[in-house]
Design a protein around this ligand. Structure first.
Ligand code: URA
Length: 425
């Protein structure tokens, strides 16, 4: 087979055959297709799209480039969640223990943050001693003993995706729905989960800015999951404002602990419970204990403590706190009509909570606490946001990111917008 023939076929709007797809992905992973040729093929896919058969086969080829995990040794069904990423999205932290407390096993491979959205592993690493890297045997041990594990994906999982994603990042080919969908789903299917719930974020702080694009991505991912025998559903959820009040690492762990203690912001609780119910239903456990009860009765917190301890963390240790803080106050009284997720995400990133390059460290204590959310009445001079950083020199650029992100209207009528926008599957 010849790379140029495959590129030409896609460039001219044709459908790639299963053999062409298998060969292209495998040969690229082995280094037998040059980066410039794969870059050209990725651009042709971005411009001309892929049929359902093509995108499913492309996903299979990416899974086949590495190992596929199996959890048949467990005595309960597996179910997992993937979020396309957002600002203040700490949902995995209360969700995985809540679902485990209701009888399912949650084998979750998570990532680190890059840019304005945070990563689950960075948040969990703010817990003293907690370790993200586990072998498959260790994962199985933690799953067996606690019901949930959240850890980093090993190098053996979908290596074709790792190579292709790095190439797409520097060739303007990230924003292709078939390439995004196959990238996410190859890792989730290789992880071996039996059921999967996708939280596809929509809005300024999300990858997908419009409902239409988010729905298109959700439908493509649900189709891939279904074609691979994984019961998959998707919820489209709002990311025009941050989720919850805390944005950062340790501050998000602290907020998750409130949720695991039966409290916490209502949007975090509502989304945790909605996703948990979907995960249990997809795993065939709809009649099981309700996750809202697991948050209230302490059973989810019990799983959390055991899960953190099993990965070397001390669930009772104090969390890191930033050295410096700055209060952003309301200039006049009114209704907060806008707290833009992207602006708040960039501000938290500039405070040190996120990284600009993969190898950069993050500050565990840095971040933002929102004291009001869109729709809330605010008094003149009332604190709107508390900013935290290890160095005061970080505040001016963070404040620049917030310019235009906050809007107060004197006589507006509070108009709460929905959190869950749509469902696919
Ligand atoms: N996340 C992924 O894992 N892959 C993409 O292509 C985009 C976001």
């Amino acid at each position: 087979m010849d790379a140029i023939d495959v590129i030409r076929a896609k460039r001219d709007g044709g459908e790639l055959s299963p053999e062409q797809i298998d060969w292209a992905v495998a040969a690229y992973t082995r280094g037998e297709i040059a980066e410039e040729q794969m870059s050209s093929l990725a651009m042709a896919i971005l411009l001309n799209g892929m049929s359902r058969a093509e995108v499913s086969r492309w996903t299979q080829a990416m899974i086949d480039s590495g190992e596929r995990m199996h959890w048949s040794a467990l005595d309960r069904p597996t179910t997992d969640k993937h979020s396309t990423g957002g600002v203040g999205d700490k949902i995995t932290l209360p969700l995985a223990p809540a679902v485990a407390a209701c009888g399912a096993a949650v084998p979750q491979l998570s990532g680190r943050g890059l840019g304005h959205t945070g990563g689950t592993l960075d948040k969990l690493e703010s817990i003293p001693g907690w370790r993200a890297s586990l072998s498959t045997i260790e994962m199985l041990d933690v799953l067996n003993s606690t019901g949930a594990v959240v850890c980093a994906a090993g190098d053996g999982l979908a290596p074709a995706d790792r190579k292709l994603y790095a190439l797409r990042d520097v060739t303007g080919t990230v924003e292709s729905i078939p390439l995004i969908a196959s990238s996410i789903m190859s890792k989730k299917i290789a992880e071996g989960t039996g059921a999967l719930v996708l939280d596809v974020k929509v809005g300024s702080g999300a990858f997908m800015k419009t409902h239409r694009d988010a729905r298109d991505l959700a439908e493509t991912m649900v189709a891939i999951g279904t074609d691979h025998g994984v019961r998959t559903i998707a919820l489209l959820t709002a990311m025009d404002r941050p989720l919850g009040n805390a944005v950062g690492n340790a501050v998000e762990v602290a907020e998750s602990l409130e949720v695991l203690s039966g409290g916490g912001p209502s949007d975090v609780v509502d989304l945790t419970v909605a996703l948990a119910r979907e995960m249990l239903a997809a795993a065939g456990l709809s009649g099981a204990k309700d996750p809202a009860d697991a948050l209230r009765d302490g059973s989810a917190m019990d799983v959390w403590r055991r899960m953190i301890t099993a990965q070397g963390g001390d669930p009772h240790a104090p969390l890191p706190v930033a050295r410096e803080s700055y209060e952003f106050t309301a200039p006049f009284a009114g209704v907060l009509t806008r707290l833009d997720a992207f602006g708040v995400g960039v501000a938290a990133w500039r405070l040190g909570a996120g990284r600009a390059r993969k190898e950069d460290p993050v500050s565990f204590g840095a971040g933002i606490i929102c004291h009001a959310k869109p729709g809330d009445k605010v008094a003149e001079g009332a604190p709107l946001l508390s900013l935290y950083a290890d160095d005061v020199a970080r505040f001016p650029r963070a404040l620049e990111a917030l310019e235009g992100a906050v809007e107060i209207v004197e006589d507006a009528v509070p108009d709460p917008s929905p959190l869950i926008l749509d469902r696919v599957g």
